[in-house]
Design a protein around this ligand. Structure first.
Ligand code: 0PR
Length: 391
């Protein structure tokens, strides 16, 4: 740090030049992110209330009440009446919290406890396992990329404490057979968590759009908790994830008393201490402003673009879709050329795409418009021509 500070003008110039390599969502080149440019209302509210720390609830009592309202609104989207939960930093924190809750619920079990997750589960479960000394057992997928229920059954032992299902997988947007998993969890008294970090804001709207929508909500009785992230398809500002528990008792399993904070007799049940109240207010404002109809409109547009891109890929030679998209996540593969080569060439043409083993993942977020996809398809055709010519 220098002794003397810079003027704001100079600072702004320096910062701008130092940020040159960062990409922006408005460029239309980001096709591999599950985040997007936040809705302008969320950004406005976030900046306006930036100072609020919901980690000291006594200071921001009203924000605390609005956090309850957020949980109530998201619970009702997931068909739950008396849910409990928190706005957290993202899907990772929500998933770690769920596993922490499962671990505490099964404290009496001795030895290294086991958590069963699909092979497609997000790496936040590996983080949870590492942090808590748990064994994360990964179960193979079926040919439809859902977790293999028979293999789940076989993997259960006396040490198993939790079962995880994904509603909108990171790599392909697939939804696991939630009802079957729920039955297994209930039969073996296992904690059952659904990671709907991405799918939670999409799946509830698909039926009204005339699309086939797997049922993922708390009507499935074995579900103990769900992750649903406002900073993904919720279009809010980073950081905003959410954990919804079926009831208060489950949420309190990881509750820790903090008596010295203002307001007295406080408690924390999140991993993070100081928490952004502005984030809570941004999420609240968007839910109130957009309502179901607003979100449905956004999702309709994302799904239209996704389905039309999937159709175009099917028409192209030498590339295929991995599966028909369930939500706005599309996997592109090729039987003729290595996908890693295609991905390399796409990145060279300035497309920010994700490469998974065997496929390229495209996420059609609200910042992706048809004209961007037209450019993407042109580039993909050119790349395929190059590869055919052995370049
Ligand atoms: N659960 C699922 C199903 C996810 O896909 C993700 C992240 C998480 C949990 C974890 O959420 P947080 O990242 O909020 O902790 N999925 C994205 C992914 O790995 C995260 C992401 C977002 C990656 C934006 C890149 C990016 O630009 O692809």
């Amino acid at each position: 740090m220098n002794e003397l500070g810079l003027s704001i003008d100079l600072l702004e110039k320096e910062l701008k030049s130092k940020l040159q390599k960062d990409r922006t969502f408005d460029s239309g080149r980001i096709l591999g992110s599950m985040c997007t440019r936040p809705h302008s209302l969320a950004s406005d509210i976030f900046t306006r209330y930036i100072e609020k720390n919901i980690g000291d609830p006594g200071l921001v009592e009203s924000t605390g009440l609005l956090e309850h309202e957020v949980i109530k609104m998201l619970s009702s989207l997931l068909l739950l009446k008396n849910g409990a939960g928190y706005v957290v930093t993202g899907g990772t924190e929500a998933n770690i919290l769920a596993i922490w809750t499962a671990r505490n619920r099964a404290k009496a079990k001795s030895g290294i406890k086991e958590v069963i997750v699909p092979e497609s589960a997000h790496f936040s479960f590996d983080k949870a396992g590492d942090l808590m000394g748990l064994k994360i057992k990964k179960i193979r997928l079926t040919s439809s990329y859902q977790v293999d229920v028979e293999k789940v059954k076989k993997a259960i032992t006396a040490k198993t404490i939790a079962l995880v299902g994904v509603a909108g997988t990171t790599s392909l947007g697939v939804v696991d057979p939630v009802k079957e998993l729920s039955d297994i969890a209930q039969e073996h008294n296992l904690y059952f968590h659904i990671d709907a970090a991405f799918g939670g804001y999409v799946l509830p709207f698909l039926k009204d759009l005339g699309l086939k929508a797997p049922q993922v909500n708390f009507n499935v009785k074995g579900i103990c908790s769900m992750t649903i992230d406002p900073h993904k398809m919720g279009m809010s500002v980073i950081p905003a994830g959410c954990i919804i528990y079926r009831n208060r008792e489950l949420a309190d399993t990881v509750r820790l008393g903090v008596p010295y904070l203002s307001g007295g007799e406080n408690a924390h049940a999140t991993i993070v201490g100081t928490r952004s109240g502005a984030s809570v207010l941004a999420v609240w404002s968007l839910l109130r402003h957009l309502g179901k109809s607003g979100y449905r409109t956004i999702i309709r547009r994302c799904m239209d673009v996704t389905l039309s891109l999937a159709e175009s890929i099917k028409q192209m030679k030498d590339v295929e879709v991995v599966i028909d998209p369930v939500i706005n996540v599309l996997g592109i593969t090729s039987h003729r050329f290595p996908v890693s080569e295609i991905a390399k060439k796409l990145r060279k043409k300035d497309w920010a795409i994700s490469l998974f083993p065997g496929h390229i993942r495209i996420v059609i977020m609200p910042h992706v418009y048809p004209e961007h996809i037209e450019r993407f398809k042109d580039d993909l055709e050119k790349i395929l021509d190059e590869l055919r010519e052995g370049k």
